[in-house]
Design a protein around this ligand. Structure first.
Ligand code: KG4
Ligand code: ZN
Length: 336
Protein backbone atom coordinates (compact mmCIF):
# COMPACT_ATOMS: atom_id res chain seq x y z
CA UNK A 1 0.00 0.00 0.00
CA UNK A 2 1.56 3.29 -1.13
CA UNK A 3 0.60 6.33 0.95
CA UNK A 4 1.30 9.88 -0.16
CA UNK A 5 2.12 12.17 2.77
CA UNK A 6 1.64 15.94 2.63
CA UNK A 7 3.04 18.35 5.22
CA UNK A 8 2.27 22.08 5.07
CA UNK A 9 1.67 23.15 8.67
CA UNK A 10 4.31 25.87 8.86
CA UNK A 11 7.23 26.90 6.66
CA UNK A 12 8.15 23.64 4.94
CA UNK A 13 6.26 21.99 2.12
CA UNK A 14 7.00 18.28 2.35
CA UNK A 15 5.72 15.42 0.22
CA UNK A 16 6.64 11.75 0.40
CA UNK A 17 5.63 8.30 -0.79
CA UNK A 18 5.74 5.51 1.79
CA UNK A 19 5.05 1.89 0.91
CA UNK A 20 3.89 -0.26 3.85
CA UNK A 21 5.81 -3.17 2.33
CA UNK A 22 8.96 -1.54 0.96
CA UNK A 23 9.37 1.47 3.25
CA UNK A 24 10.05 5.07 2.27
CA UNK A 25 10.14 5.36 -1.54
CA UNK A 26 10.84 9.07 -1.94
CA UNK A 27 10.52 12.37 -0.14
CA UNK A 28 11.07 16.00 -1.04
CA UNK A 29 10.94 19.18 1.02
CA UNK A 30 10.88 22.81 0.06
CA UNK A 31 11.96 25.10 2.89
CA UNK A 32 10.63 28.66 2.99
CA UNK A 33 13.43 29.85 5.28
CA UNK A 34 14.98 32.15 2.67
CA UNK A 35 11.58 33.77 2.02
CA UNK A 36 10.80 34.49 5.69
CA UNK A 37 14.36 35.44 6.66
CA UNK A 38 13.91 39.15 5.95
CA UNK A 39 10.96 39.29 8.36
CA UNK A 40 12.72 37.49 11.24
CA UNK A 41 9.96 34.87 11.43
CA UNK A 42 7.23 33.07 9.51
CA UNK A 43 4.71 35.33 7.75
CA UNK A 44 1.56 33.14 7.60
CA UNK A 45 0.07 34.64 4.41
CA UNK A 46 3.35 34.27 2.52
CA UNK A 47 3.70 30.72 3.83
CA UNK A 48 0.26 29.72 2.49
CA UNK A 49 0.87 31.26 -0.92
CA UNK A 50 4.21 29.51 -1.25
CA UNK A 51 2.78 26.11 -0.23
CA UNK A 52 0.24 26.44 -3.05
CA UNK A 53 3.03 27.08 -5.54
CA UNK A 54 5.11 24.11 -4.36
CA UNK A 55 2.60 21.29 -3.83
CA UNK A 56 2.07 20.12 -7.43
CA UNK A 57 5.77 20.32 -8.47
CA UNK A 58 6.79 18.42 -5.33
CA UNK A 59 4.19 15.73 -6.09
CA UNK A 60 5.68 15.32 -9.56
CA UNK A 61 9.14 15.19 -8.01
CA UNK A 62 8.39 12.39 -5.53
CA UNK A 63 6.49 10.37 -8.16
CA UNK A 64 9.49 10.61 -10.49
CA UNK A 65 11.99 9.76 -7.71
CA UNK A 66 9.95 6.71 -6.69
CA UNK A 67 9.24 5.75 -10.31
CA UNK A 68 5.52 5.67 -9.52
CA UNK A 69 2.36 6.92 -11.20
CA UNK A 70 -0.38 8.90 -9.44
CA UNK A 71 -2.60 5.86 -9.88
CA UNK A 72 -0.27 3.79 -7.65
CA UNK A 73 -1.23 5.93 -4.63
CA UNK A 74 -3.61 4.00 -2.34
CA UNK A 75 -4.28 6.81 0.17
CA UNK A 76 -3.35 10.43 0.82
CA UNK A 77 -2.34 11.46 4.35
CA UNK A 78 -2.12 15.15 5.17
CA UNK A 79 -1.23 17.24 8.20
CA UNK A 80 -4.56 18.50 9.55
CA UNK A 81 -3.04 20.28 12.58
CA UNK A 82 -1.69 21.75 14.71
CA UNK A 83 -0.18 24.62 12.74
CA UNK A 84 -1.00 27.79 10.82
CA UNK A 85 -4.62 27.62 9.64
CA UNK A 86 -4.00 28.96 6.14
CA UNK A 87 -0.91 26.82 5.61
CA UNK A 88 -2.74 23.71 6.80
CA UNK A 89 -5.64 24.45 4.46
CA UNK A 90 -3.39 24.43 1.39
CA UNK A 91 -2.15 20.89 2.06
CA UNK A 92 -5.53 19.62 3.26
CA UNK A 93 -7.43 20.90 0.22
CA UNK A 94 -4.75 19.63 -2.16
CA UNK A 95 -4.88 16.21 -0.47
CA UNK A 96 -8.68 16.06 -0.50
CA UNK A 97 -8.89 17.10 -4.16
CA UNK A 98 -6.22 14.65 -5.25
CA UNK A 99 -7.77 11.80 -3.26
CA UNK A 100 -11.18 12.53 -4.75
CA UNK A 101 -9.76 12.59 -8.29
CA UNK A 102 -7.89 9.31 -7.75
CA UNK A 103 -10.82 7.66 -5.97
CA UNK A 104 -8.74 6.90 -2.87
CA UNK A 105 -9.23 7.86 0.79
CA UNK A 106 -7.77 10.98 2.42
CA UNK A 107 -6.57 10.78 6.00
CA UNK A 108 -5.96 13.69 8.41
CA UNK A 109 -2.76 13.24 10.44
CA UNK A 110 -1.63 15.02 13.60
CA UNK A 111 1.67 16.80 12.96
CA UNK A 112 3.14 15.70 16.30
CA UNK A 113 2.17 12.09 15.70
CA UNK A 114 4.26 12.38 12.53
CA UNK A 115 7.26 13.63 14.52
CA UNK A 116 6.67 11.06 17.25
CA UNK A 117 6.69 8.09 14.90
CA UNK A 118 9.46 9.41 12.61
CA UNK A 119 12.28 7.50 14.42
CA UNK A 120 10.44 4.30 13.43
CA UNK A 121 11.36 5.09 9.82
CA UNK A 122 15.03 4.43 10.56
CA UNK A 123 16.79 1.21 9.56
CA UNK A 124 16.69 -0.12 13.14
CA UNK A 125 13.35 1.15 14.40
CA UNK A 126 12.38 1.36 18.06
CA UNK A 127 9.72 -1.03 19.36
CA UNK A 128 6.68 -0.13 21.49
CA UNK A 129 6.29 0.88 24.28
CA UNK A 130 8.60 3.87 24.56
CA UNK A 131 8.99 7.31 26.10
CA UNK A 132 9.06 10.12 23.54
CA UNK A 133 10.74 13.47 23.99
CA UNK A 134 9.07 15.75 21.49
CA UNK A 135 11.01 18.96 20.99
CA UNK A 136 9.91 21.20 18.14
CA UNK A 137 9.42 24.89 17.46
CA UNK A 138 5.90 24.80 18.87
CA UNK A 139 5.94 21.97 21.43
CA UNK A 140 8.01 20.44 24.19
CA UNK A 141 6.36 17.32 25.53
CA UNK A 142 7.17 14.02 27.18
CA UNK A 143 4.84 11.24 26.08
CA UNK A 144 4.40 7.63 27.01
CA UNK A 145 3.62 5.74 23.80
CA UNK A 146 2.22 2.23 24.11
CA UNK A 147 1.17 1.76 20.48
CA UNK A 148 0.12 3.77 17.39
CA UNK A 149 -2.64 6.12 18.50
CA UNK A 150 -2.04 5.66 22.24
CA UNK A 151 -0.17 8.73 23.48
CA UNK A 152 -0.19 9.71 27.12
CA UNK A 153 1.05 13.21 27.84
CA UNK A 154 3.29 13.02 30.92
CA UNK A 155 4.36 16.66 30.89
CA UNK A 156 4.97 19.65 28.66
CA UNK A 157 6.28 23.19 28.60
CA UNK A 158 4.22 25.66 30.58
CA UNK A 159 5.35 28.52 28.33
CA UNK A 160 7.83 28.62 25.42
CA UNK A 161 8.69 25.47 23.52
CA UNK A 162 12.36 24.45 23.45
CA UNK A 163 12.74 25.35 19.76
CA UNK A 164 10.99 28.67 20.37
CA UNK A 165 13.46 29.42 23.19
CA UNK A 166 16.38 28.60 20.88
CA UNK A 167 14.87 30.85 18.19
CA UNK A 168 14.14 33.77 20.53
CA UNK A 169 17.53 33.57 22.22
CA UNK A 170 19.21 33.49 18.82
CA UNK A 171 17.30 36.62 17.90
CA UNK A 172 18.47 38.34 21.11
CA UNK A 173 22.05 37.51 20.15
CA UNK A 174 21.56 38.96 16.69
CA UNK A 175 21.50 35.65 14.83
CA UNK A 176 19.14 35.05 11.94
CA UNK A 177 15.97 33.00 11.57
CA UNK A 178 15.52 30.14 12.22
CA UNK A 179 17.73 30.57 15.24
CA UNK A 180 18.12 27.02 16.56
CA UNK A 181 20.82 25.80 14.18
CA UNK A 182 22.58 29.21 14.24
CA UNK A 183 22.63 29.29 18.04
CA UNK A 184 23.95 25.71 18.15
CA UNK A 185 26.73 26.67 15.71
CA UNK A 186 27.70 29.74 17.78
CA UNK A 187 27.66 27.63 20.97
CA UNK A 188 30.41 25.47 19.46
CA UNK A 189 32.71 28.51 19.64
CA UNK A 190 31.88 29.30 23.26
CA UNK A 191 32.49 27.91 26.74
CA UNK A 192 29.55 27.09 28.98
CA UNK A 193 29.82 28.30 32.58
CA UNK A 194 31.41 31.67 31.80
CA UNK A 195 27.93 33.10 32.23
CA UNK A 196 25.59 31.36 34.65
CA UNK A 197 22.04 30.69 33.50
CA UNK A 198 19.28 28.92 35.47
CA UNK A 199 18.12 25.33 34.82
CA UNK A 200 14.36 26.04 35.00
CA UNK A 201 12.27 23.38 36.74
CA UNK A 202 15.15 20.91 36.79
CA UNK A 203 14.15 19.70 40.25
CA UNK A 204 10.39 20.24 40.01
CA UNK A 205 9.76 16.53 40.46
CA UNK A 206 7.45 16.36 37.45
CA UNK A 207 7.77 16.38 33.67
CA UNK A 208 6.88 20.02 33.09
CA UNK A 209 9.24 22.51 31.48
CA UNK A 210 9.58 26.28 31.41
CA UNK A 211 11.87 28.03 28.97
CA UNK A 212 10.72 31.63 28.94
CA UNK A 213 12.76 32.51 32.08
CA UNK A 214 15.89 31.17 30.44
CA UNK A 215 15.37 33.45 27.46
CA UNK A 216 14.74 36.40 29.81
CA UNK A 217 17.95 35.60 31.72
CA UNK A 218 19.85 35.86 28.43
CA UNK A 219 18.13 39.18 27.72
CA UNK A 220 19.03 40.53 31.19
CA UNK A 221 22.67 39.48 30.75
CA UNK A 222 22.80 41.09 27.31
CA UNK A 223 21.40 44.35 28.73
CA UNK A 224 23.85 44.48 31.63
CA UNK A 225 26.93 44.77 29.45
CA UNK A 226 27.87 45.17 25.84
CA UNK A 227 28.67 41.71 24.57
CA UNK A 228 31.75 40.90 22.53
CA UNK A 229 31.51 38.19 19.89
CA UNK A 230 33.18 35.76 22.34
CA UNK A 231 30.68 36.74 25.08
CA UNK A 232 27.87 35.91 22.70
CA UNK A 233 29.39 32.52 21.95
CA UNK A 234 29.82 31.85 25.70
CA UNK A 235 26.23 32.86 26.36
CA UNK A 236 24.98 30.66 23.51
CA UNK A 237 26.98 27.73 24.90
CA UNK A 238 25.57 28.25 28.40
CA UNK A 239 22.03 28.57 27.05
CA UNK A 240 22.39 25.34 25.11
CA UNK A 241 23.88 23.64 28.17
CA UNK A 242 20.99 24.76 30.39
CA UNK A 243 18.22 23.82 27.93
CA UNK A 244 19.67 20.43 27.03
CA UNK A 245 20.39 19.56 30.68
CA UNK A 246 16.74 20.02 31.63
CA UNK A 247 15.49 18.17 28.54
CA UNK A 248 17.82 15.21 28.97
CA UNK A 249 17.32 14.90 32.73
CA UNK A 250 13.52 14.86 32.49
CA UNK A 251 13.42 12.50 29.51
CA UNK A 252 15.56 9.96 31.37
CA UNK A 253 13.48 10.45 34.54
CA UNK A 254 10.35 9.63 32.53
CA UNK A 255 11.94 6.36 31.35
CA UNK A 256 12.77 5.51 34.96
CA UNK A 257 9.29 6.43 36.17
CA UNK A 258 7.66 4.04 33.70
CA UNK A 259 10.36 1.38 33.74
CA UNK A 260 10.86 1.73 29.98
CA UNK A 261 14.16 1.10 28.21
CA UNK A 262 13.51 2.95 24.95
CA UNK A 263 13.55 6.70 24.47
CA UNK A 264 12.52 8.23 21.17
CA UNK A 265 13.53 11.81 20.39
CA UNK A 266 11.59 13.73 17.76
CA UNK A 267 11.13 17.26 16.41
CA UNK A 268 13.53 19.91 15.13
CA UNK A 269 15.50 20.36 18.37
CA UNK A 270 16.22 16.62 18.17
CA UNK A 271 18.82 17.63 15.57
CA UNK A 272 20.81 19.41 18.30
CA UNK A 273 24.18 17.70 18.71
CA UNK A 274 24.64 18.63 22.37
CA UNK A 275 21.20 17.27 23.26
CA UNK A 276 22.10 13.99 21.54
CA UNK A 277 25.46 13.80 23.36
CA UNK A 278 23.79 14.36 26.71
CA UNK A 279 21.01 11.85 26.12
CA UNK A 280 23.42 9.19 24.87
CA UNK A 281 25.71 9.71 27.88
CA UNK A 282 22.89 9.66 30.43
CA UNK A 283 21.24 6.61 28.85
CA UNK A 284 24.37 4.44 28.95
CA UNK A 285 24.34 3.40 32.60
CA UNK A 286 20.64 2.53 32.89
CA UNK A 287 20.88 0.66 29.56
CA UNK A 288 18.31 2.81 27.78
CA UNK A 289 18.27 2.82 23.98
CA UNK A 290 17.87 6.32 22.51
CA UNK A 291 16.39 6.46 19.00
CA UNK A 292 16.52 9.52 16.77
CA UNK A 293 15.00 10.17 13.39
CA UNK A 294 17.48 10.48 10.55
CA UNK A 295 18.80 14.06 10.50
CA UNK A 296 16.84 14.91 7.35
CA UNK A 297 13.62 13.75 9.03
CA UNK A 298 14.10 15.70 12.30
CA UNK A 299 12.52 18.87 10.99
CA UNK A 300 9.18 19.03 9.17
CA UNK A 301 8.79 16.66 6.23
CA UNK A 302 6.22 14.63 4.32
CA UNK A 303 7.78 11.25 5.12
CA UNK A 304 6.65 11.33 8.73
CA UNK A 305 3.10 12.19 7.66
CA UNK A 306 2.99 9.41 5.05
CA UNK A 307 4.35 6.97 7.64
CA UNK A 308 1.95 8.01 10.42
CA UNK A 309 -0.94 7.85 7.92
CA UNK A 310 0.06 4.34 6.84
CA UNK A 311 0.31 3.19 10.47
CA UNK A 312 -3.14 4.62 11.21
CA UNK A 313 -4.61 2.89 8.14
CA UNK A 314 -3.00 -0.42 9.09
CA UNK A 315 -4.44 0.04 12.60
CA UNK A 316 -7.93 0.34 11.10
CA UNK A 317 -8.49 4.11 10.80
CA UNK A 318 -11.48 5.00 8.61
CA UNK A 319 -10.52 7.86 6.26
CA UNK A 320 -12.78 10.02 4.13
CA UNK A 321 -12.89 9.79 0.34
CA UNK A 322 -15.57 12.29 -0.51
CA UNK A 323 -13.52 15.44 -0.90
CA UNK A 324 -14.35 16.66 2.61
CA UNK A 325 -11.49 17.94 4.74
CA UNK A 326 -10.95 19.83 7.95
CA UNK A 327 -8.00 21.41 9.68
CA UNK A 328 -7.41 21.88 13.40
CA UNK A 329 -4.84 24.62 14.06
CA UNK A 330 -5.03 23.74 17.76
CA UNK A 331 -5.29 20.01 18.39
CA UNK A 332 -4.02 18.14 21.48
CA UNK A 333 -2.27 14.94 20.42
CA UNK A 334 -3.87 12.90 23.19
CA UNK A 335 -7.25 13.40 21.41
CA UNK A 336 -5.98 12.47 17.93
O1 KG4 B 1 9.93 20.22 14.22
P1 KG4 B 1 10.27 21.50 13.55
O2 KG4 B 1 10.91 21.44 12.18
O3 KG4 B 1 9.03 22.41 13.36
C1 KG4 B 1 7.98 22.47 14.25
O4 KG4 B 1 7.10 21.58 14.18
O5 KG4 B 1 8.02 23.40 15.07
O6 KG4 B 1 11.21 22.28 14.57
C2 KG4 B 1 11.73 23.53 14.27
C3 KG4 B 1 12.49 24.01 15.49
C4 KG4 B 1 12.93 25.46 15.36
O7 KG4 B 1 12.61 26.13 16.54
C5 KG4 B 1 14.44 25.33 15.15
O8 KG4 B 1 15.14 26.46 15.59
C6 KG4 B 1 14.76 24.10 15.97
O9 KG4 B 1 13.68 23.22 15.69
N1 KG4 B 1 16.04 23.48 15.57
C7 KG4 B 1 17.10 23.39 16.40
C8 KG4 B 1 18.15 22.77 15.67
N2 KG4 B 1 17.66 22.49 14.41
C9 KG4 B 1 16.37 22.93 14.39
N3 KG4 B 1 17.26 23.78 17.69
C10 KG4 B 1 18.46 23.55 18.26
N4 KG4 B 1 19.49 22.97 17.62
C11 KG4 B 1 19.40 22.56 16.34
N5 KG4 B 1 20.43 21.99 15.74
ZN1 ZN C 1 7.23 20.01 13.29
Amino acid sequence: MIVLGIESSCDETGLALYDSGRGLLAHAVHSQVAMHEDYGGVVPELASRDHIRRLAPLLREVLAKADCRKEDIAAVAYTAGPGLAGALLTGASFAAGLALALGVPALPVHHLEGHLLSPLLSSEPAGFPFIALLVSGGHTQIMCVTRVGCYELMGESLDDAAGEAFDKTAQLLGLGYPGGPALAALAELGTPGRFKLPRPMLNSGDFSFSFSGLKTAVLTTARERSLTQQDKANLAAEFQEAATEVLATKALAACRARGLKTLVVAGGVGANKRLRERLDAAAKKPGIRVCYPEMALCTDNGAMIAFAGAQRLLAGAVPTGNGAFAVRPRWPLATA
